[in-house]
Design a protein around this ligand. Structure first.
Ligand code: 13P
Ligand code: SF4
Length: 306
């Protein structure tokens, strides 16, 4: 799409958004032009907080399905629209509620911690949720004498276990974008940019996080780069983050650790689809009340952890 078309469509979106009393929430992995029309851009945690506190009637959620579901769980009565209904998260699809219920029966007294990258049905079976920004705090807050099952991201689980010293039973899920990043990719990028600090997401493999100067959520990486004296950074997360990084730190250099770091689902949302979503208020994400009532418990417990 040409710059002029982007500008015209963005203006139409901004006008219609006001008429609809809608708020546009966008994750840092969204296309730059989507981030530029959003009211709030953030990581999973801050987008959940925004969804919980907005007084708009309509939430246009530019992200993936589980994020829009969290918005719907936290904002009952609001219309939540996901501009592309097929924008899912393959990692969230690596576990379902039936599998989880079976696993829980094998572990008496278990506390189940779910990464927010899970369906509402799975959340309804869990005790507490976490995002990459608060996962270590959430697990550290749990009683020491109970077994913990962490679902579904084994890489994030290994990282939390190492940080907290808590033993955890891990589900065998993974993000097939972050899991592609290898230690060799990082070593090659470091050889090319010897002055650069390495920032990676905890969804990366343990041998990758072991090589990083900073392991954190997307928001944590942006804050770290802004506060750091370093001028150059190697990025080990989805490439959408380059847009907010360059905006926040225009005088610093950012290098992707690998060209493979692209989440096809996050890129399904386009400006055209956002415009159509505002026109039709479809496709909606609606969590049935019976699931919502149970799923909200683990999200509220997470949000109570400071
Ligand atoms: P953040 O919570 O760090 O934004 O990550 C969300 C996600 O899906 C990472 O792949
Ligand atoms: Fe899911 Fe990975 Fe895409 Fe995040 S980057 S939405 S975890 S597939």
């Amino acid at each position: 799409m040409e710059q002029k078309e982007i500008q015209e469509l963005s203006e139409k979106i901004l006008r219609l958004k006001k008429e609809r009393n809608a708020v546009i929430l966008a994750h840092f992995y969204q296309r730059p032009e989507i981030q530029d029309v959003a009211d709030f851009i953030g990581d999973s945690l801050s987008l959940s907080q925004q969804a919980a506190s907005t007084d708009a009637e309509v939430i246009i959620f530019c992200g993936v399905h589980f994020m829009a579901e969290s918005a719907s769980i936290l904002s009952p009565g609001k219309i939540v629209v996901l501009p592309d209904e097929h924008a899912g998260c393959p990692m969230a699809d690596m576990i379902d509620a039936v599998q989880l219920v079976c696993k829980k029966q094998e572990i008496p007294g278990v506390i189940v911690v779910c990464y927010v990258n899970t369906s509402a049905e799975v959340k309804a079976e869990c005790d507490i949720a976490c995002t990459s920004a608060n996962a270590v705090k959430v697990v550290a807050s749990l009683p020491p004498d109970r077994p913990i099952l962490f679902v579904p991201d084994k890489n994030l689980g290994l990282y939390i276990a190492a940080q907290t010293g808590r033993e955890m039973i891990l589900w065998e899920g993974y993000c097939n974008t972050h899991d592609k990043l290898t230690a060799e990719d990082i070593l090659k990028a470091k050889a090319e940019h010897p002055e650069a600090l390495v920032m990676v997401h905890p969804e990366c493999r343990p041998e990758v996080t072991a090589l990083a100067d900073k392991v954190s959520s997307t928001a944590g990486m942006i804050n770290f780069a802004a506060a750091s004296d370093a001028r150059e950074f190697i990025i080990g997360t989805e490439m959408g983050i380059l847009h907010p990084l360059k905006k926040r730190c225009p005088d610093k250099q950012f290098y992707m650790a690998s060209k493979k770091l692209m989440c096809p689902n996050m890129k399904k949302t386009t400006l055209d689809k956002v415009y159509q979503a505002l026109v039709t208020l479809e496709p909606r994400v609606d969590v049935p009340e019976e699931i919502r009532e149970r799923a909200i418990v683990c999200l509220e417990r997470m949000m109570a952890i400071k």
